[in-house]
Design a protein around this ligand. Sequence first.
Ligand SMILES: *[C@@H]1O[C@H](CO)[C@@H](O)[C@H](O)[C@H]1NC(C)=O
Ligand SMILES: *[C@@H]1O[C@H](CO)[C@@H](O)[C@H](O)[C@H]1NC(C)=O
Length: 174
Amino acid sequence: MASKLALFLFLTLSCSVHLLVSSFEFQVGGSNGWVVPPANDTKIYNDWASENRFQIDDTVRFKYRKDSVMEVSEQDYKNCNSTHPNFFSNTGNTVFRFSHPGAFYFISGVSGHCQKGQRMIVKVMMSHEYETPPPPGGHPGKSSAHSISADSSSGLLSLVLVQFVFSYVASCLF
Ligand SMILES: *[C@@H]1O[C@H](CO)[C@@H](O)[C@H](O)[C@H]1NC(C)=O
Ligand SMILES: *[C@@H]1O[C@H](CO)[C@@H](O)[C@H](O)[C@H]1NC(C)=O
C-alpha cells in the first residue's frame, strides 16, 4: 500500500512538474499567419504579442507565403533595416525558440513590408522558477512497473491504479 501511495504521489508530482516546465508554441497572427497587416490596423502583431505571456523555451511559428522572417536588433526594428539580421528564414513555416529572457524584435525581410506594420516585439519572461530536479533513485518507470506486478493479486487496487494512470495521462494531455 505504501508503494501505491508513493506511486500516486510520484505521478501527481511529475504531472504538475511536466505542466510547469512544458514549453508552448504560439502561432503568430493566428490563422492569418505572418502577412502585411491591413492599412487601418497596422499594430496587429504587437497587439497580439502583448496579449500573450512568453517564457523561455516557448516557440513562435510564423506561416507565410512569398515573405520572410528576421530577428533583428531594436535599432534595426525601429528603422526596418533588414541588412544584417541575427536570424533569417524564408521557408514559409518558421519556428523560432526563445533561448533567453528579454525583448525579441521580428520584421519581414521583404522590402516595404516592415514599414507597413509587418513587425513584432516579443517580451520573454524568466520562468520555470518552480522547476524541480528529477526524483532521485533512478528510473521511475521501473519502480512503478515493479509495484504494479507486486500487488497484482489485488485486482481492485490494480484497477484503481489503472484508472488513476489514465486520468493522469488525460490531465497531462488536456
Ligand atoms: C478596416 O477596414 C475594413 C474594411 O475596409 C473593416 O472591415 C475593418 O473593420 C477595419 N478595421 C479597423 C480596426 O478599423
Ligand atoms: C542599416 O544598418 C547598417 C549597419 O548598421 C547601416 O550601414 C545602414 O545604413 C542601415 N540602413 C538603413 C536604411 O538605415
